[in-house]
Ligand binder design. Structure first.
Ligand code: R5P
Length: 311
């Protein structure tokens, strides 16, 4: 049976692209906001015994976007939907997946409990902060990645003809760079996708109280070009600190790639005014016009989501 695709209000452009790729129209939802800011969600279509899909990114405002998602799941289940697959391209609170310091809540654990207890059947999401996160769910999780599209982009930037040396594809004078130790697995994966392209890893230090970030040293060879690959850009400080250290270590052209454009306040200016020449992100989070900047290029994840839904 043909599924019905619904969208929350956080990432309508991506939901529209996904449903278009599936040859469907988005199904209507009534989402109204009361004077005090509370929301009401109502399913208008008949969904009895129908497989449903909801697209909702839970980036800022994470709390409001999560509440809206919870209401949509609840409304669909109460209306008799056979299943509710939730596409959460950016999973909010993923960085609080365990207790870092005594006394903290495990925020991600709380939202997972809500998603599951409301009756969602499956979660589709992208480039989680750690590969352990899917194990925290008791429902199936498809953990997808933007890395294959980033790898394609890197190949294209090398004019589609990266040099092949001794059976290995290498893009001349360029290395992939992880801006921190947490990204080692990610950088190894994209390096493999690019025929074992050389990579380097930065040792980063984040002061948990002040938020100050320092890129302390680089392990691996630095070439004249560097592509920093990360899961997300929030303040932009990680990318900029990494780029600064790369420049001091001899890199001349530095490109940044990150799946999730969290782009917290001030970061577009920080990135635009940095030594980074180009910033690639995806549409897992909708980017408002006022946050777009000339160096930014957005790659859509709609095809990958549509293919996953079609499976
Ligand atoms: C941290 O470990 C993540 O992988 C990102 O590097 C980080 O969240 C980016 O944040 P910001 O842009 O604020 O430095």
């Amino acid at each position: 049976m043909v599924p019905k695709v619904f969208s929350g209000s956080s990432n309508l452009p991506l939901a529209q692209k996904v449903s278009k790729n599936l040859g469907l129209k988005l199904s209507p939802l009534e989402i109204t906001v009361f004077a005090d800011g509370e929301k009401r969600v109502r399913v208008v279509d008949n969904v009895v015994d129908i497989e449903t899909v909801v697209v909702q990114s839970t980036a800022a405002p994470a709390d409001a976007n999560y509440m809206e998602l919870f209401f949509i799941i609840d409304a669909l289940k109460r209306s008799g939907a056979k299943s509710v697959t939730v596409v959460i391209p950016y999973l909010g609170y993923q960085r609080q997946d365990h207790v870092f310091r005594d006394g903290e809540a495990v925020s991600l654990g709380v939202v997972i409990k809500a998603i599951e207890s409301l009756g969602a059947s499956k979660v589709i999401t992208f480039d989680l902060h750690t590969v352990k996160i899917p194990e925290l769910f008791r429902i199936p999780v498809s953990h997808l990645s933007a890395l294959p599209l980033f790898a394609e982009k890197i190949k294209k930037m090398a004019n589609g003809s990266p040099r092949v040396e001794a059976g290995q594809l290498s893009i001349v004078n360029c290395s992939l760079v992880s801006p921190d130790l947490g990204g080692v697995r990610r950088i190894k994966l994209i390096s493999e996708m690019l025929g074992n392209m050389p990579y380097a890893i930065i040792v980063k230090n984040r002061n948990l109280d002040s938020g100050e970030i320092t890129a302390e040293k680089i392990e691996g060879k630095v070439f004249s070009k560097a592509v920093i690959v990360d899961d997300m850009i929030s303040s932009g400080k990680t990318m900029v600190a990494a780029a600064k250290l790369l420049k001091e270590s001899g890199a001349q052209e530095i490109i940044a790639m990150a799946t999730h454009a969290v782009l917290s306040s001030g970061s577009p200016e920080v990135l635009q005014n940095s030594i980074i020449s180009k910033v690639f992100v995806t549409d897992t989070i909708a980017i408002p016009e006022q946050k777009k900047f000339p160096k930014l290029e957005v790659i859509s994840m709609a095809d990958i989501i549509a293919k996953e839904l079609f499976l």
